[in-house]
Design a binder for this molecule. Structure first.
Ligand SMILES: Nc1ncnc2c1ncn2[C@@H]1O[C@H](COP(=O)(O)OP(=O)(O)O)[C@@H](O)[C@H]1O
Ligand SMILES: [Mg+2]
Length: 391
């Protein structure tokens, strides 16, 4: 997979030593330990590396001492000395720099080393920021590891992460909460019969969207216009997950809202994606300049209020915490069904040109402030859960 396109190749190089060396203030170093987890085994490995490079540059070195942990494509965790070096070279040096020949490392040991091996300056808060998209990162697995390790981490917990990641499960939970969505069906690999593609086409109408339940960045998503294409698209989706979701194709605008918070989440102004390709596919998201983001989206004040309210309601229904981007289709006009929830991303794209940070910037929260707020929310959630689970 090619490296994600970013227009800001010309960021000044950052020296990792400058970031993490002893800071020049006198007195104890009371910075927060920020452990950034990036890479990972999903198809979104490169996207994650690019995001991490940006976060590492933007986090305030006076507030954070940063330890990057890289996960290579084989799933090996490394306290990323290579990543530190790559960071000095620019935001695109990270992809490909995680050396798969490095010794396999036990994730628990890496988390332990990263979160306790820093004690010379006395105990201080540690926060892990998982910047991992897709399966084995955004889906609750890493969150479970961090729960066991007892460290605060940015974003949703195990339940919210796994429910939001699984498009089939998320749809069921949203349906139970009365949230409007495209008509859909989900099935598991062994339920695929020769007649199923035609049956789905009959029931939902053509064209159809076919997706693996557990993926992101449009990987494995197809638009199928004939029964034959539905059949092929199902096989494509099954390469990524044993659960497949099939949906009616919506003709509508794509509206996205960023949500930030724990108990009292706030919604950003809505943004609109205008896909360059026939739909917002992987190339469109990361490689071409085809798609366009309009922020804030051109919506009536009433529609704006409604979609912001819906985004918070959906965030709560899926038990999200910290952050999530809630994506909608908007069928406006006569006969339209209004806002239909498409999906929720609990670790949305997070480079400075990604929708999530851009929506907050338009709402008045800068990129570095967003990092500060996410860390604060991680510490707040951790303290609250500790209190609530003490015996
Ligand atoms: N039911 C649908 N109707 C119309 N377009 C769709 C539908 N589902 C997905 N798409 C298009 O495909 C893109 C990717 O699908 P999405 O479900 O968001 O997957 P991912 O999790 O990979 O982002 C969407 O942004 C949209 O452009
Ligand atoms: Mg999407």
């Amino acid at each position: 997979m090619q490296r994600p396109h970013q227009p800001d190749d010309d960021l000044p190089p950052a020296s990792p030593d400058d970031r993490n060396g002893p800071d020049d203030r006198s007195g104890p170093d009371d910075r927060i330990e920020l452990v950034v987890l990036f890479g990972g085994q999903s198809a979104e490995h490169d996207v994650s590396c690019t995001t991490a490079a940006h976060v590492l540059r933007a986090a305030d070195p006076a507030r954070y001492r940063i330890t990057p942990i890289g996960i290579d494509r084989e799933g090996r965790w490394q306290l990323a000395a290579e990543a530190q070096a790559a960071l000095a070279e620019g935001p695109h040096a990270l992809p490909g720099r995680l050396d798969p020949s490095g010794a396999p490392v036990d994730p628990t040991a890496v988390v332990h080393a990263a979160t306790t091996g820093v004690a010379e300056a006395g105990p201080r808060p540690t926060v892990v920021m998982p910047l991992l998209h897709g399966p084995m990162g955004e889906d609750g697995t890493v969150q479970g590891l961090l729960e066991l390790a007892g460290v605060p981490y940015v974003g949703s917990g195990v339940l919210g992460s796994s429910v939001a990641m699984d498009k089939a499960m998320a749809k069921q939970v949203l349906a139970a909460n009365g949230v409007a969505q495209a008509r859909w069906r989900a099935f598991r690999e062994h339920e695929l019969t020769p007649g199923l593609p035609a049956q789905l086409a009959d029931e939902l109408g053509l064209p159809l969207f076919v997706k693996p339940a557990n993926m992101g960045s449009s990987v494995g998503v197809s638009k199928a216009k004939t029964v034959e294409q539905v059949r092929d698209a199902i096989h494509v989706a099954l390469a990524y997950d044993e659960w497949v979701v099939v949906e009616e194709a919506i003709t509508g605008r794509e509206i996205e809202v960023a949500v930030l918070g724990n108990l009292e989440p706030r919604a950003s102004v809505p943004g609109e994606i205008v896909p360059g390709a026939e739909f917002y596919d992987y190339a469109d998201k990361y490689l071409d300049d085809g798609s366009q983001a309009i922020i804030p989206a051109t919506l009536s004040p009433e529609a704006t209020e409604e979609v912001r309210r819906l985004a918070v309601e959906i965030f709560r229904a899926l038990r999200c915490e910290g952050l999530a981007r809630v994506d909608f289709f908007y069928e406006d006009g006569p006969g339209g069904r209004g806002f239909l929830c498409n999906e929720v991303n609990t670790i949305p794209g997070f480079t400075p040109i990604s929708m999530y940070p851009k929506l907050w910037i338009a709402t008045g929260v800068s990129y570095p402030e967003l990092i500060d707020e996410l860390v604060r929310l991680a510490l707040e959630r951790h303290a609250r859960r500790r209190r609530n689970t003490q015996r």
